[in-house]
Structures are given as C-alpha cells and as structure tokens.
Design a protein around this ligand. Structure first.
Ligand SMILES: CC(C)(COP(=O)(O)OP(=O)(O)OC[C@H]1O[C@@H](n2cnc3c(N)ncnc32)[C@H](O)[C@@H]1OP(=O)(O)O)[C@@H](O)C(=O)NCCC(=O)NCCS
Length: 180
C-alpha cells in the first residue's frame, strides 16, 4: 500500500522522471504546459506516493485564472508503469483535493479523460467551450470540480496563468521551462 505525503525538494527529480516516462517528450507541446511555463506548482498541493521509500506517483497543481477568478489546474499526475492500476492516482487526487479544499481553493480544472477523472468527482465543463484553453485542446476533455458549491458555475472564459511574476526557482520544479 502506498503512503502519500507532500513532495520535498529531494523528490523533484524522481517526480520529473515519472512524468517524463508517462507522457514522453511530446508533453511540452501540450497546451497545459503553456500555463505552467515560468510559474511554480502549488507546493502545498504537490504530493508523492511512496512504496518502501520508492516514489511511485506524483501529482502537482498550478495556479490559474479563469475569467478573472482564481482556480487550480490539476496535473501532471503520473504513476510508474509497474504500479498503475492499484488506485494510487486516485489516492493522490483524493489527498490533494482534500488539502486544496482545506486551504480554501474554490475550483479545479484539468484536461483529461472524464471516465477516469470522474472517479475523483470531475465533470465535463458544460456547455462545452464555456471554459477554454490558450491553445489547441479538445474542449470536451476540459473537466472541472467545484471545491466550494457552485464555484465553477460562475467561471467562464480562457484559462490563463495566475502569477506571471513568480518564476520557477528550483531546478526540480522547472517542469515547464524546458519547453521549445
Ligand atoms: C492515468 C494514471 C495517472 C492513472 O493512475 P493509476 O494509479 O493507474 O489509476 P488508478 O489505479 O487510480 O485507477 C486505475 C483505473 O482507472 C482506469 N483508467 C486509467 N486511465 C484511464 C483513462 N484514461 N480512461 C478511463 N479509465 C482509465 C484503469 O483502467 C483502472 O480501471 P479499474 O480500476 O477498473 O481497473 C496512470 O495510469 C498514468 O500515469 N498513466 C500514464 C499517463 C497517462 O496516460 N495519463 C493520462 C492523462 S488523461
């Protein structure tokens, strides 16, 4: 059974390697990465899953703005290949989403498969296209979860970076900086 705890500075390289193995080099071309470039992930919501001191899973969140309102973007989330299908990603999401709710965040969005992320409560944004991304994306894969009742209903428009001024400092957090 995996243990879930906050990511520490020493974990960053292992987390980056898991994400790289899961998504491949093409990940930097994804529109979601445009929202991460030069912006730090939310440290209080970056969790890892451990089994016998081995990091087997990672989840990070980025701060975003949607139509002038603050929200979170979930991802990347990834599990090492030999430990997938054990419920580890769901445990990572449940732990981190509870922490986000506790911290007062109002809503979370992501781009992903509704049949999977629906397990953590995410639903397709309706009507499709109410919330858009700053680049090409299948809008039917834009999903959302309100942490405060009704919070997502008031959000519309393009998802934008939340804090352009906050540069990524730690090399291990530089997920978005290697783009291009
Ligand atoms: C997607 C990922 C994070 C899920 O992690 P995980 O720990 O294996 O997930 P869980 O164990 O919590 O859930 C596994 C279940 O979800 C299902 N599932 C996984 N990905 C799915 C998807 N894209 N759509 C529908 N169901 C999916 C599995 O079939 C499995 O079903 P079961 O419980 O009925 O056997 C992990 O497989 C991963 O890192 N994959 C590589 C990266 C990737 O493809 N990410 C997809 C982003 S949309």
């Amino acid at each position: 059974m995996a243990t879930i705890r906050l990511e520490s500075a020493q974990d960053a390289a292992a987390c980056d390697a898991i994400v790289a193995a899961a998504f491949g080099p093409g990940r930097y071309a994804k529109t979601a990465y445009r929202l991460r470039e030069g912006v730090k992930p939310v440290a209080a919501l970056s969790f890892v899953a451990l089994e016998d001191a081995r990091i087997v899973g990672t989840v990070r969140y980025w701060p975003v703005m949607i139509g002038g309102q603050a929200a979170l973007m979930l991802g990347p989330i990834a599990i090492v290949a030999d430990r997938q299908g054990q419920g580890i990603a769901l445990a990572l999401m449940n732990t981190s989403l509870a922490a986000a709710r506790e911290a007062g965040h109002r809503a979370v969005v992501l781009v992903g498969d509704e049949p999977y992320y629906g397990r953590a409560g995410f639903k397709r944004i309706q009507p499709t296209g109410r919330i858009t991304m700053p680049g090409p994306v299948d809008l039917s894969r834009v999903l959302g979860l309100a942490l405060v009742e009704g919070a997502l209903d008031q959000m519309a428009g393009e998802i934008r970076k939340a804090r352009l001024d906050e540069r990524v400092a730690a090399p291990g957090c530089a997920l978005g900086l290697r783009a291009g």
